[in-house]
Design a protein around this ligand. Structure first.
Ligand code: PMP
Length: 436
């Protein structure tokens, strides 16, 4: 098999000369021998600069819900930006997007932002203002963006550093975070109701928020146990804590109304980004009238030169309209189900113990373990080396998952029946390759 990435390797050397590690986000660095330089994307495919084509399941870490370069979205953006992009005034398109957003998510009010990081940062501030409390609970393995408050005990933290389940340690995921910030965050193992109830009962008077990814989109798509999210909702009601759903990955992906619709639970605040704009930079903080009211008369600052800019807003206008009016998510669910089932059958036939976690629009594979993982600590028991060998064998065959099994396989509308069938053929070969 000839898989040539010589041009990519040469250009990547140049990238490293001017960009730290040659990438504009740490997560994109796979080492000097494996980091790609990509020329273009179309539908379900991307091409590197050597001309190799890949069926893309990373989808830019999730925003591509319709397909790369999806015509109706690109056209709406092009049309909007020819009339200018930022005015420091409200535009009719912002109002239209806000109205549709509220209808689709069931939230009363929304403020726009440009990235998931901005959205979770603002959501925390609003929750603190609303409750007059400063600390918050998040769960081990969750990622809520790059700001200091949330960059603790993410999926990459070795389980050995997380401490005991009874007394978990919040581990900084970066140098450069002031030591004092740690006191504001409490990290708990996901799906452990006893630990959560104990912590909330003891510390509710300090707790502004419980911030939860309703399924662990950054840690192997681990699902909540039945009743777990419902109990979080009850605890928040009981102790007047703001429930924040971080829907940056699940929003407009696992259902048109996101995780709130899928799990049938209403959050007080919810953060969105990614699928909201099919790859254009747009994010949102949605919430109930009473909590979002903190911006109206509660003295909470939210802003930004580019919030509500025409590029992201036009993209959201087109993307949300398509998602609301066409059976896109149904189709993605069907294709994703075929892929999950097919992958499971191939792994069973190859005698590889496995668990396929998550939902058809975003799922993960845990190899070497046949039981459902319930938290990120359990995830560490998987055979990561085998997963990586399969991922690399797939890439050589033109199928591109993330090489880290904690990151989901994402599907988009343009992953059609044929693309899924091609993927399964490559997967079977890759598994045979990786086993030997
Ligand atoms: N929250 C979640 C759940 C995410 O998955 C991410 C990004 N992967 C973020 C927040 C941060 O979003 P962004 O990269 O747009 O800042």
């Amino acid at each position: 098999m000839s898989y040539d990435v010589s041009k990519t390797r040469a250009l990547f050397k140049q990238a490293k000369q001017f960009i730290p590690n040659g990438v504009n986000s740490n997560f994109r660095y796979w080492g000097d021998d494996h980091t790609l330089v990509v020329a273009k994307g179309e539908g379900p495919y991307i091409w590197d600069i050597d001309g190799n084509r890949y069926i893309d399941y990373r989808l830019g870490f999730g925003p591509i819900i319709l397909g790369h370069g999806y015509g109706p979205v690109v056209e709406r953006v092009a049309e909007a930006i020819s009339n200018g992009t930022v005015f420091a005034w409200t535009t009719p398109l912002e109002i239209q997007v806000a109205e549709r957003f509220c209808r689709m998510t069931g939230m009363d009010k929304v403020r726009l932002a440009n990235s998931g990081t901005e959205a979770t940062m603002h959501a925390l501030r609003i929750a603190r203002a609303y409750t007059g409390r400063e600390r918050f609970i998040k769960f081990e393995g969750q990622y809520h963006g790059m700001h200091d408050y949330v960059l603790f005990s993410t999926a990459g933290t070795p389980a050995s550093l997380l401490g005991s389940r009874r007394n978990p340690i919040s581990v900084q995921s970066s140098s450069g975070i002031p030591e004092g910030i740690r006191r504001y965050v409490i990290n708990l193992p996901f799906n452990d109701l006893e630990r959560l109830e104990e912590t909330v009962a003891a510390r509710w008077h300090e707790l502004a928020a419980i911030m939860v990814e309703p399924m662990l989109g950054n840690a192997g798509c681990i699902m909540p146990r039945p009743g777990y999210l419902e109990r979080i909702r009850e605890l928040c009601d009981q102790y007047n804590i703001v429930l924040i759903f971080d829907e940056v990955k699940t929003g407009f992906r696992i259902a048109t109304g996101g995780a709130q619709e899928h799990f049938g639970i209403r959050a007080d605040l919810a953060t969105f980004a990614k699928a909201m704009g099919n790859g254009f930079p747009i994010a949102a903080i949605g919430g109930t009238q009473s909590v979002m009211g903190m911006i109206e008369d509660g003295g909470v600052s939210h802003g930004g030169t580019y919030t509500g800019n025409a590029v992201g807003v036009a993209a959201a206008d087109a993307t949300l309209e398509i998602l609301e009016t066409q059976p896109i998510i149904e189709s993605i669910n069907q294709r994703g189900r075929e892929l999950m089932d097919g992958i499971g059958e191939i792994l069973t036939a190859a005698d590889i113990p496995h668990y396929v976690t998550g939902l058809p629009p975003m799922f993960s594979l845990l190899l070497g373990v046949a039981e459902e993982p319930l938290d990120v600590r359990a995830y560490g028991a998987g055979d990561e080396a085998l997963y990586e060998r399969i991922a690399m064998a797939l890439i050589e065959r033109g199928v591109m998952p993330e090489n880290d099994s904690r990151e989901p396989w994402f599907l988009c509308y343009r992953h059609d029946e044929r693309v899924v069938a091609d993927t399964l053929t490559a997967f079977e070969d890759a598994v045979n390759d990786a086993k030997h």
